[in-house]
Design a protein around this ligand. Structure first.
Ligand code: SF4
Length: 395
């Protein structure tokens, strides 16, 4: 298969499922985006347009700038076909929160910087960096916006392919800055996380690209089969994918006795069950979205003997300040509990309370959570089959 260049998304797809790459590069099939992807596109567009406008104005944003950015978001969201109505208010809030924090003194070098480069080893790479900021004479910040609800952990940041790609590209485009801080700005949850790559990391990544490039170009389209994995439900190409269709249509999932399994089979089976569970959960989410859409139109889902029925659980909340006014003071401690998340936020602004609170904290442990991960190779062990265990947590 002939491809023109490597992108971070292409690499992630390749490592997840080679068939996805065949769909992406070879057959020119249009990817089907879900509403989570569409809101991401619209928020990115609005922030980019807003930032470009502010680069010209060089001032704090005023009401017209908010209006401009919100209307950029709305135009882009309708253009990409965002259907979930609640996502429109989510997107507007993300854009507004972003503008609230805008700092005109930031030295922005570029926004939405598209790159098409060749690495020193001759590997063509492409991508787009959301924002580049000059920190000082030696340092730049490379910023990528995210609209997801959870932020990457430190170890995920260290291994993230997109950030490694940005670091490598920035080292070629802006060589005068020897330090590059890599930021992910989670605009939905107002959280920024950062990392960096060492020279050694960069060299390893470049070697990784060489190896991937060779493997990409060895792919024979006709021989590729899909790999069911925990992200199939989110795959842009699942409606074209025969492997996914066969999986969704199969009525049986083999459940061999666990007690007789060798460890390698146990780990393979564990990974396979997890992947299938995630794919089925994604399918269930699609069911719920479709059922909600039809319910909103008053359109029942039923056959001759059954119908889809829904009920809504109610959750009751009390305003703490009003409760305190009503209840006798001496009984308050019998009903009130400290909210850990709010207490943690409070301690961030009152660090002197951290130590006394730590002394009275009570820690309880939940049931253990098991995950398959790569283990350090055992000396002398047979490592001839590196693909038998996939690191789920890296997906
Ligand atoms: S649906 Fe799953 S198996 Fe099919 S192309 Fe996408 S990732 Fe691969």
């Amino acid at each position: 298969m002939q491809i023109k260049s490597l992108s971070a998304t292409g690499i992630r797809d390749f490592l997840q499922c080679v068939l996805k790459i065949v769909f992406r590069y070879d057959r020119e099939i249009v990817s089907v985006k879900n509403d989570h992807m569409k809101i991401g596109i619209a928020v990115h567009e609005a922030i980019e347009q807003f930032t470009r406008r502010m680069l010209v104005k060089k001032s704090f944003p005023d009401a017209s700038d908010y209006e401009f950015a919100i209307s950029s978001f709305m135009n882009s969201a309708t253009q990409v076909g965002l259907e979930t109505l609640s996502f429109y208010s989510d997107g507007k809030k993300m854009v507004t929160d972003y503008i609230d924090k805008y700092d005109p003194s930031e030295e922005i070098l570029d926004v939405e910087h598209r790159f098409k480069l060749t690495t020193p080893e001759g590997i063509p790479i492409v991508g787009a960096i959301d924002k580049v900021v000059r920190v000082n004479d030696d340092t730049i910040a490379i910023i990528d916006y995210k609209t997801s609800r959870t932020a990457m952990t430190n170890w995920q940041l260290q291994d993230d392919i997109q950030l490694s790609m940005y670091d490598l590209a920035a080292s070629i485009i802006w060589p005068e800055y020897t330090n590059r801080i890599l930021y992910l700005d989670y605009v939905r949850i107002d959280k920024q996380v950062s990392t960096y790559r060492t020279e050694e990391d960069r060299v390893t990544f470049r070697e990784f690209l060489v190896s991937l490039w060779t493997q990409f170009n060895k792919v024979e389209e006709e021989e590729v089969r899909g790999t069911i994995n925990n992200l199939c439900g989110w795959c842009d190409y699942k409606i074209y994918c025969p492997t996914y269709e066969a999986f969704i249509n199969s009525d049986s999932i083999a459940i061999p006795p666990l007690s007789e399994m060798e460890d390698a089979d146990f780990l393979n089976h564990w990974t396979s069950v997890n992947d299938k569970k995630s794919a089925l959960e994604a399918r269930q989410r699609e069911h719920k979205i479709k059922a909600s859409e039809r319910a909103m139109r008053g359109d029942d889902i039923k056959d001759g003997t059954r119908e889809l029925h829904s009920n809504q659980d109610a959750r009751t909340n009390y305003d703490i300040e009003e409760v305190v006014e009503i209840m006798p003071q001496e009984d308050l401690f019998t009903v009130l509990a400290a909210n850990k998340a709010r207490l943690d936020r409070y301690v961030r602004d009152h660090p002197e309370l951290k130590s006394p609170l730590a002394k009275v904290a009570k820690v309880n442990y939940n049931a253990p959570v098991f995950k398959v991960r790569k283990a350090a190779p055992v000396e002398g062990a047979d490592v001839g089959k590196p693909d038998t265990v996939k690191d789920e947590s890296a997906a």
